[in-house]
Design a protein around this ligand. Sequence first.
Ligand code: ATP
Ligand code: MG
Length: 364
Amino acid sequence: MAKTLIGLDIGATAVRAVEIDHTGPVPSLLRLGQVRLPAGVCAEGKILDIQIVSDAVRQLWEQQAFSSSRAAVGVASQQVVTRALNLPEMPLDQIKANLALHARESLPMAPEDTYMDYQYLGTTATEQGVAMNGLLVAVARDYVDQLTDVIEFAGLIPAAVDLDGFALTRAYANGLAQLDFDIMANQTVPYDATGSAPPRTPGHVLVHVGATLTLVVVVSGGLPRFVRTIMMGGQTITDALADTGSLNPEQAERLKMEQVDPNGQFGRIIQNHLLAFSDEIQNSINFYRTSGNAVELADIVLSGGGALMIGLGDTLARQINLNVMYGSTLNLLDTSHVLADQATLSAADPFLPLAVGLTSAPVN
Ligand SMILES: Nc1ncnc2c1ncn2[C@@H]1O[C@H](COP(=O)(O)OP(=O)(O)OP(=O)(O)O)[C@@H](O)[C@H]1O
Ligand SMILES: [Mg+2]
C-alpha cells in the first residue's frame, strides 16, 4: 500500500493541509486544517521568510496530528515554465533522460538550473509520422530547494513536489469525468455534427484565484493541456482599495467582502479590477485556443478564496462566452470520517483543491 502523503498548500495567507485515505472506492477525507500566515512572508508563490512559514507548518502538524510526516507541496510561480513539447515518437524514459537537450531551445533559463519533468499527453498523426504531444515543466532549482527547506525545518519529509496546476487537475478528476460524460451524453456542446468523427472530450478552464496569484488550467480528458499563472488575486483588490488612502488594509479587506455600491468610488475600483481580471482570463483562453490541438471549451470552474469576491463569477460569465460555475472538491470526497461539521467543511471547500490534489501527487 502506498504510504500516506499529506497535501500541503503554502499560500500567501495561510498554510493548509489535508489527509485523505485513497484506498477505498471513494477517497475519504480524514483531517484538514490551516494556520494563517502574517502578511509578507509568502507572496506570488514565493516564500520570503522560510522560518515563519516553517513554524506555521510545524504548528499545523501539531494541531491536526496527521498520521504521516510525508508532505507533498505544490509550486506555482514565475519560476515554473510550462511549454508544449511535441516530439517524434520514442519511449518516454528516453525523452525524460534527454529532457535537457529537448528543453534547451524552449526554456528561458539554463536547463541545468532547473528541475524538469515531461507530462505526456498523447499522440497525433502528422505528415512526418506519429508525434508525441506533451508538456515540458521546468522549475528553478533554488525555488524547489527553498520549499524543501521549509518542510524539513518543520521536522517533516518533503515526499513530493508537484506543479499546482497538476494538483488542481487531480483534485477535480472524478467530478470532471462525470461532467464530460453528461456533456457528451447531452451534446450541449456542438461537436462534429456529421457524426463522422468521435466527439472530442470537452475542455474545462479551471481558475483557482488566490490572494496574490491565479492559476489557470485547461483540462480535457482528465489531463492538463495548458497551465498559466496570472499575478493577480484577491489581494490585488484589497491593495487597490487601500491605495485610495481612505482605508487601512484591514478595512479594505473587510469592505470588499460586503456588497459595495457599484457607482461609488470603491465600487468603481472593484468593477475595474474585476474587468481587468476577466481580460487576463480571456487572454489565457485566447492563447490556449491559438496553441494548436485546442479542444472545445465547455466552462470555467472557479475555486480559491479570491473567487469568493462578490461579482467575480458574474463578470466572467458576462465578459467571456462560457458557463461559469463554482467547483467543489469536497463533494467528490467521503467526508463522513472527518471531525468537522458541514458548515466548517463548506466554508473551507473553496480553499482546499490544491491540498486535496497534492495528496495524490506522484512520488519520485
Ligand atoms: N468572502 C470573500 N470575499 C472576497 N474575497 C475573499 C473572501 N474570502 C477570502 N477572500 C480573499 O481570498 C484571498 C485568499 O484566498 P486563498 O486563501 O485561496 O489565497 P492564498 O492561497 O493564501 O494565496 P496565494 O494563492 O496567492 O498564495 C484573499 O485575498 C481574501 O481577501
Ligand atoms: Mg493559493
